[in-house]
Design a protein around this ligand. Structure first.
Ligand code: GTP
Ligand code: MG
Length: 195
């Protein structure tokens, strides 16, 4: 699945702008700056594909990337803190919620958690939304190159405890570093196994 071409399709700002629901898709959700766009770049091996930046709130649309004609990877705007006006943020948050609750071809949501920060209240809220919408989700820990193995073990425990509360959650989490490549092959295999 990841061996073929990958293309940016479009940035979507409203539900009626979503591409036709004609193939499976997975999405990447998480707080602003958690590393969603960087993860898509690492998965596709295309550094500048999804725009990553140190400014939280970089991705302001639902960005669709096509893996050949077989599947979509969907980069979502971050939730939580973002350097953007309140009204703008409120608009993307509404779009994000409608998308997560209403996309028939969404096979799995990856819920990204920064391994330095663990699960925050906003993450818990998004996971509850995924439960309510019955969207199967899996946690991906990001930026593991930034912490030691002991701290990593602790955050894994915290996430596993949190996941007990969520019926839509997969129990296994994926530990990644987009910078160092950790877990990227594993995540590719998970996505390739979905369709
Ligand atoms: P928004 O679009 O603002 O919601 O952010 P995002 O979740 O798409 O995060 P993005 O990929 O833009 O990354 C945010 C910052 O974290 C950038 O400066 C990245 O270079 C950095 N970053 C992302 N992944 C990693 C990683 O695995 N390791 C390290 N060290 N830095 C990372
Ligand atoms: Mg982004």
């Amino acid at each position: 699945l990841f061996a073929g071409p990958v293309d940016f399709v479009k940035g979507v700002v409203a539900m009626d702008g979503l591409p036709p629901a004609d193939r499976p898709e997975v999405c990447f959700a998480g707080r602003s700056n958690v590393g969603k766009s960087s993860l898509i770049n690492a998965l596709t091996g295309r550094k500048g594909l999804a725009r990553a930046s140190n400014t939280p709130g970089r991705t302001q649309e639902i960005n669709y990337f096509a893996l050949g004609e077989q599947a979509y990877l969907v980069d979502l705007p971050g939730y939580g803190f973002a350097k953007a006006p309140v009204a703008v943020v409120a608009k993307w948050q509404a779009l994000l919620k409608n998308y997560l609750a209403g996309r028939a071809t969404l096979r799995r949501a990856f819920a990204l958690i920064d391994s330095r920060h663990g699960v925050k209240e906003v993450d818990h809220e998004i996971m509850k939304l995924l439960d309510r919408s019955a969207v199967p989700f899996q946690v991906v820990l990001t930026k593991t190159d930034k912490i030691g193995r002991e701290a990593l073990a602790k955050v894994i425990q915290q996430v596993e405890d949190e996941l007990q509360k969520h019926p839509a959650a997969y129990p296994e989490l994926v530990v990644t570093s987009s910078d160092k490549g950790e877990g990227i092959a594993t995540l590719r295999a998970i996505i390739a196994g979905l369709d």
